[in-house]
Design a protein around this ligand. Sequence first.
Ligand code: GDP
Length: 372
Amino acid sequence: MDELFCIGCGAKIQSVDKTLPGFLAESVQKERNPKDLVCQRCFRIRHYSDVITTCLSNDDYLNIINRISHEDALIVKIIDIFDFSGSFVPAVKRLTGNKDVLLVGNKMDLLPKNVKPEKILGWLKMMIANEGFSVLDSILISAKYGNNFDDLMEMIYRYKGHRNVYLVGSTNVGKSRIINQILRRYCGAEADVVTVSTNPGTTIGIIGFPLSDGTMIYDTPGVINKHQYTHYLTRPSYKLTVPKKEIKPLVFQLSEGQTLFFGGLARIDIVSGETGDRINVVTYFANTLNVHRTKTERADELYATKLYSLLTPPFRPEENVPKWVFHDFKIRDNLKYDIVFSGLGFVTLRGPFNIRTHAPFVVGVYVRPAII
Ligand code: GDP
């Protein structure tokens, strides 16, 4: 059969994977004229002003991003403030040809309310500077509650001039929600939202929406961040691990030889409290995730016998969580650090400390200066 393409975005039509570009159920394909096919994503944008961001492999993603390098544009880079390292793709600037970049930290609603947004913004700026990355400006938003969207749009208009705008970010940063908010608020919910075909015949196009001044805002596909648990858990388990509401931090006083399990998904051992004192460990995970404390000498046995019962999620062996590996973190100074389990959560503790983390080998575990 000839290859078919979506007339909206140029993606190759396929009926295998809803999350990939060009998805259209086979039954629908049969009812339509092959010359007039619109993929599910474009259909939803046209009829419901609803965007589902598609996922791409790294290479395809880089190709798409690279296309932008031929245009003088404003890049709006979105990151998940709950998972900075997992969602920050430093190569974006080089790939887009060192364009002007605005940084948007999404999901601010997850952080405890008593933390000042200015503090988080200051932290974000420091993290970017540490990466050797410079941006024109940065802002925190919540796509879930629509916080700060007027300021975001004002910022975009201030910096873009007559240029088009491209939204970039890895999967799960909340890009679909952000675009939906922008469409509903600033492009008119019922407005004639057009999907713009790029190069017909390629496997993916970039979808654009007209702004009030005639320029375009484009949604680019999200690069899959494989270092996240998302890709290994069933939906019910995943729902329990992703924080949905403001996180309520838990405080543990731990001494050498003690361990905390985060469900059956990760673990942290206090190898030695270097000062011999107890260490305050504050945990920031979804409130629905079970945190269990035990002695390190019993931890392996507990994991072997109580995974799927006491240590949940996961709930079933079929969830196929990849094999665990450990990482050691030794801190000598007395500053506060976060140990981050990408896409799951983080713990905050003050140095000096010597700890060991355990998590699936595919999951990124990082240390960073404390966000709070
Ligand atoms: P995309 O892959 O970047 O398009 O991300 P989605 O828009 O599909 O969002 C990924 C997940 O993050 C979903 O579970 C969303 O409900 C959630 N999410 C997105 N934005 C926010 C936000 O501002 N706050 C919270 N709490 N969750 C969000």
